[in-house]
Design a protein around this ligand. Structure first.
Ligand code: NAD
Length: 490
């Protein structure tokens, strides 16, 4: 018996116009039936969001009342985190330790946005006219189209749904067609929290029809996308239809720079967390290790030992440290890039293939490749898997040039005890995040986003809520004198 999930449109749970089977990556077998939203389903969802946007049940709520609904949603997420985590693990293969802790933290994101709802302020403006009162209102931007990729769907949707609702927008969010179970199930919590029908609509379907229809719909005013850069280019083209304000959170090839002066044990743990957590399927994965020659051999010895010791297994098992990749397509992609990298001169220090004993599951060994230079494919291309590419450098100047040499600029890590060097690197790195002597820390209070091909705009932090508003300038003439010359601009 396959489990059945539904779309959530206009406050009603319903099957999609079509359906498809979702595969459990740990076994390679189908486990659930998902709804596939058609263009007509998308149109209904957007129209529902558009009606809800100006319906008194939503538009007339005070900002504090919107905040209270978000607090309630946060509590429900916290209560249901174990159940949602189990679903995410079943549908994506991400290990239960990670899904559980990440979803529990998602509740904090909703609390953060709940608290911001009644802190969105306009302004009184000192315009250069004696008889005018001028002020700025901040109004919700309208209907939001949110699109998320398959990894961390509850987290990546929270940074869209949270600020959108805090600002008073309504939203249609599309779960990825790969691993949509947790986000579709989350719709039940939205329903229970008591948001009016149409305020939040959650659907899934395929990119070419559902995603395209959503992002090109004329009633959409704001697009919030997370995914790969190729899809982002489609989204930007789609948005030519509605000229929606668009933010893009895209891929990465984040460098971790390690200098000779570090504590090797501590750094090795940070690097392992950066690349092998979530089986490397993280946009901020520290997938390029740039290591100074003096520490290289000691560090690699530790890293190889740690990689070999990682417990691969059933992702639902609490003891498992690394689960499968989310899809067969991912597995084939990684096999392909690793093969091309070896041809280009990379040496496999550990891993480099599928582990034995996992049947049809999409497992891949934790892999470390020593690369002669930056021309090796695994150093330049995003793999989205458990593959660390190592390049050696001698000088700080060389390290900076290597770090900035890919088309991406999402995150970066610097490990050194030299404070002045750390500050020089912070300035020089072309990345939206620089972690110094740590890696992979996130918080609702801190903006997140990339440079170059890694994105446009930021999610998280106070200003992300303003991105879901637009300003209205209000001019009030305070003089009782009649208006004189109509042909002179005042
Ligand atoms: P993807 O770009 O293939 O798909 C993302 C979403 O876009 C899916 O929901 C898909 O259905 C939809 N889509 C596909 N074609 C579309 C179209 N023509 N119009 C509209 N929507 C369309 O990405 P993926 O493979 O699911 O995820 C991996 C990528 O996401 C990686 O590049 C990763 O780095 C990136 N990512 C970025 C962040 C970040 O915050 N920067 C976070 C997580 C993942």
């Amino acid at each position: 018996m396959l489990r059945r999930f539904q779309n959530y449109i206009d406050g009603v749970f319903e099957d999609g116009s079509a359906s498809f089977e979702s595969v459990n990556p740990a076994s390679g077998a189908s486990w659930a039936i998902m709804p596939a939203a058609s263009e007509a389903d998308v149109d209904r969802a957007i129209r529902a969001a558009h009606r809800a946007f100006s319906a008194p049940s939503w538009a007339d709520l005070t900002a504090s009342q919107r905040g209270k609904l978000l607090y309630k949603l946060a509590d429900l997420v916290e209560q249901q985190a174990p159940r949602l985590a189990e679903l995410e693990t079943a549908d994506t293969g991400k290990i239960i330790r990670e899904t559980h802790s990440q979803i529990s933290y998602v509740a904090e994101y909703y609390r953060y946005y709940a608290g911001l709802a009644d802190k969105i302020q306009g302004a009184h403006l000192p315009a250069d006219k004696a008889d005018m009162e001028v002020y700025l209102r901040r109004e919700p931007i309208g209907v939001v189209a949110g699109i998320v990729p398959w990894n961390s769907q509850l987290f990546l949707s929270a940074v869209k749904i949270g600020p959108a609702l805090a600002a008073g927008c309504t939203i249609v969010i599309k779960a990825s067609e790969e691993g949509p179970a947790p986000l579709l199930e989350f719709a039940r919590l939205v329903h229970e929290a008591g948001f009016p029908p149409g305020v939040v609509n959650i659907i899934t379907g395929f990119g070419a029809d559902c995603g395209r229809a959503l992002t090109s719909h004329p009633l959409v005013s704001r697009i919030a996308f997370t995914g790969g850069p190729e899809t982002a280019r489609h989204i930007v083209r789609n948005s030519a239809e509605n000229l929606a304000y668009t933010t893009l959170e895209l891929g990465g090839k984040s460098p971790v720079l390690v200098f000779d002066d570090v504590d090797v044990d501590s750094v090795a743990n940070a690097i392992v967390a950066g690349i092998f957590a979530a089986t490397g399927q993280s946009c901020v994965a520290g997938s390029r290790l740039l290591v100074q020659r003096g520490v290289r051999d000691r560090l690699l010895e530790k890293l190889v030992a740690k990689a070999k010791g990682i417990r691969i297994g059933n992702p639902q098992d609490e003891a498992t440290e690394m689960g499968p990749l989310a899809t067969k397509r991912q597995l084939e992609h990684i096999n392909n890039v690793v093969a091309r990298s070896i041809k280009a001169g990379a040496t496999v220090l550990t891993g480099g293939q599928q582990p034995d004993g996992f049947g049809a599951g999409f497992y891949y060994q934790p892999t470390i490749l020593s690369c002669p230079d930056h021309q090796v494919p695994s150093v330049m291309e995003e793999l989205f898997g458990p593959v660390l590419s190592v390049v050696t450098f001698d000088t700080e100047t060389e390290a900076i040039a290597l770090a900035n040499s890919t088309e991406y600029g999402l995150a970066s890590g610097v490990f050194t005890r030299d404070l002045t060097r750390a500050h020089r690197l912070i300035r020089a790195l072309r990345a939206g995040i620089v972690w110094v002597n740590t890696y992979r820390a996130v918080s609702p209070m801190v903006p997140f986003g990339g440079y170059k091909q890694s994105g446009l705009g930021r999610e998280g932090g106070m200003e992300s809520v303003l991105d879901y508003t637009r300003t209205k300038s209000v001019w009030i003439r305070t003089s009782d004198e009649p208006i004189q010359d109509p042909f002179v601009m005042r």
